[in-house]
Design a binder for this molecule. Structure first.
Ligand SMILES: [Zn+2]
Length: 169
């Protein structure tokens, strides 16, 4: 934001609550940049996790958990289900929150949900070039370093296979 939304004066960086923030020298408006919220979907099958190869920057050509931004007014669980539909072409049941992930200097707060496919076979949808299941301890080249930690933490607590072969019964 470069101009004051109240009076149109160019904003200047001035210290406020301990850090420089865009401030209007005319009327005193202070712009507080909000974090962005994104959701990622952790779908496991036995010891494997479903990842997508990204078609866009950042991380184009590398693998990541299916993820996207939450719309204003959208419930996190609904956003997780929507991302699964858009990126994987499946309907999921959102099972539980795996965790919230944030880092100093990163504007994005990521909420990760474990989910189970209830209908459809995953196919690469919006923004993905391919999808695949990977062993948790043999992940491919990841777009985001934190995904490795998320998968480790998430998969170790989501040991229930989503679709175990049922040949024996
Ligand atoms: Zn102003």
């Amino acid at each position: 934001m470069r101009y004051c939304p109240a009076c149109g004066t160019p904003l200047e960086a001035r210290p406020h609550d301990g850090r420089p923030r865009p401030t209007c020298p005319a009327c005193g408006f202070v712009y507080f940049a909000d974090p962005k919220v994104a959701v990622a979907v952790l779908i496991t099958d036995g010891g494997r996790v479903l990842l997508g190869r990204r078609g866009n920057e950042p991380g184009r050509g590398r693998w990541a958990l299916p993820a996207g931004y939450v719309d204003r007014g959208e419930a996190l669980e609904a956003a997780a289900a929507r991302e699964a539909r858009e990126e994987l072409n499946v309907d999921v049941r959102v099972d539980r929150l795996v965790g919230l992930y944030s880092a100093a200097g990163d504007p994005v707060i990521l909420a990760v949900y474990a989910a189970t496919i209830v209908s459809g076979d995953p196919k690469a949808g919006d923004d993905l070039e391919a999808i695949g299941y990977f062993e948790v301890d043999r992940l491919p080249d990841l777009a985001f370093a934190r995904d490795a930690r998320i998968v480790r933490e998430g998969a170790s607590s989501v040991r229930t296979p989503t679709r175990r072969p049922s040949a024996s019964w």
